[in-house]
Design a protein around this ligand. Structure first.
Ligand SMILES: Nc1ncnc2c1ncn2[C@@H]1O[C@H](COP(=O)(O)OP(=O)(O)OP(=O)(O)O)[C@@H](O)[C@H]1O
Ligand SMILES: [Mg+2]
Length: 463
């Protein structure tokens, strides 16, 4: 029986012959194929068009199949990806499944196996779309308290916010800079029974260490030279509301016991006073540091961590939730148009493609700034790729593969290992625990390597 819509499969393989072979096998069965030799334009296409499955080669210059898989799923979580690997490479197959691949096939491609796998993938994809259609919810963006997101990761974060808001549990929000941690903290407060109470934000990295206790817990008149009056302190000011300990990972080690004590006892003692006062504030904290790593490096107390981290909300980096990029970009453009009293801006498809391909180290804040700049440069009503900063427009993935220098020499294993570890760390936002997991090595081993490399000079380029 013919399916009502012609299935459409995206094929990515750096060898033209391989693409043509797959095209031949699939098109004979009435499956439409679009193929690319370069993963980047293929990924742009994933964002713009509808596909039912993706078939990607594993080893390609520029980007390997596992990364393709992760990026496709970042943009289109329901799109099944099949990875083609060399024969007998079980480790890679396991890696592919871990990266979220739907299936893997070994090369050289067997036509029958290929068809079975592709048909299964298409069937799954069409089933999911049908379910979504029935539920009327295909990737509908969600907005809660001015926070926008459509990616599964953001939906999960919103659901967690909903669940924890009604409790008084301490929440630790983790995410890279600019991912929206403060917005989430405010949303928790706004959705809680404490919404009418104060929301008091404390930037732990900005308080002078010698004023820390006085700022947080208050002081009595005469406690120190400048203490001319009683001072209430932020903990008591937050009574009936929420105290937000921002950048908590930056808190110096010698101040951590003081905070720990306040959290454990649920009382504070103002500087110069001999009385303890109970406070009645909910604790929400945020950090862009990986506290598990900080504990391991003895920069953060484990007991304090457990107090803060009763519930944890992880906000993924923007590059890990590509489907939010066009949505947020348009959201910011709409906001700027309203503010500037201008007609709405639309993004050209080329602009969307560039935005999605860029890794956004400054996350949502960087995207917001980029959109503001674009509205100042663009023609009325339209933001095109030419209105984006050079770094966004010209971004290309730094190719990683076995690179030869101009003399045709192959780089040393040492240099390759350093580059590979550095790449893993940067892809995972500097999170050493996750990098060690992804690299399949023990965390201690990773620390040792990093320490060794830091102590030694970078290897000289081989000539
Ligand atoms: N999901 C989102 N929807 C709408 N706006 C967002 C979203 N995420 C972040 N923003 C906007 O991006 C900017 C940065 O957000 P926020 O200050 O909450 O980030 P942060 O994680 O606290 O950053 P930092 O670690 O640098 O303090 C703000 O202007 C915020 O309004
Ligand atoms: Mg912040």
């Amino acid at each position: 029986m013919e399916s009502p819509v012609t299935p459409h499969v995206l094929v990515i393989d750096d060898e033209v012959d391989a693409c043509e072979l797959v095209e031949l096998i699939l098109s004979r069965e009435g499956i439409r194929v679009t193929s690319f030799q370069d993963p980047w334009p293929a990924l742009e296409c994933v964002v713009q068009q509808r596909f039912d499955a993706v078939l990607t080669d594993l080893t390609m210059p520029g980007m390997d199949g596992l990364e393709v898989c992760q990026r496709v799923l970042g943009a289109r979580p329901d799109l099944p990806v099949i990875v083609l690997t060399g024969a007998g490479n079980l480790d890679v197959a396991v890696g592919a499944i871990r990266a979220g691949a739907f299936d893997f096939l070994t090369k050289p491609t067997d036509a029958k196996m290929l068809l079975v796998a592709v048909r299964r993938a298409i069937e799954r994809r069409q089933l999911v779309s049908e379910l979504e259609r029935l539920q009327g919810s295909e990737a509908a963006p969600v907005e809660a308290n001015g926070i926008l997101g459509a990616s599964p990761a953001m939906r999960r974060a919103f659901a967690l916010v909903d669940r924890v808001a009604s409790s008084d549990a301490s929440v630790l929000i983790h995410g890279e800079t600019g991912t929206g941690k403060e917005l989430i903290a405010r949303a928790i407060h706004a959705q809680s029974a404490r919404a009418k109470g104060p929301f008091v934000a404390v930037n732990c990295s900005a308080i002078q260490p010698n004023l820390f206790e006085s700022e947080l817990f208050g002081h009595v008149r005469g406690a120190f030279t400048d203490a001319r009056d009683n001072h209430k302190g932020l903990f008591l000011e937050a009574n009936g509301g929420t105290i937000f300990l921002d950048e908590v990972g930056e808190l110096p080690l010698d101040l951590q016991p003081k905070l720990l004590r306040a959290l454990q006892e649920r009382t504070i003692r103002p500087v110069g006073s001999d009385k303890e006062f109970p406070y009645e504030a909910r604790i929400v904290s945020a950090t862009n540091r990986v506290l598990e790593d900080e504990i391991f490096e003895k920069n953060f107390r484990e007991d304090l961590y457990y107090r803060l981290n009763v519930v944890r909300i992880d906000i993924p980096a923007l590059r890990e939730r590509m489907s939010d990029i066009p949505l947020l970009a348009q959201f910011f453009l709409d906001g700027f148009a309203r503010k500037q009293g201008q007609e709405p801006f639309v993004l050209t498809p080329a602009a969307v493609a560039r935005l999605v391909a860029y890794p956004w180290p400054g996350n949502v804040r960087e995207l917001e700034n980029c959109m503001e700049r674009a509205t100042a440069l663009c023609r009325p009503g339209e933001v095109s790729d030419k209105d984006l900063p050079d770094k966004v427009r010209e971004h290309r993935a730094t190719a990683f593969g076995i690179t030869a220098n101009t003399d045709g020499d192959i780089v040393t294993v040492d240099a390759l290992e350093r580059a590979y570890v550095a790449r893993a760390l940067s892809l995972l936002g500097g999170n050493k625990t996750r990098a060690a997991q992804a690299l399949g090595i023990d965390r201690r081993t990773l620390y040792r390597k990093l320490a060794d490399w830091e102590a030694s000079e970078p290897p000289p380029p081989r000539r």
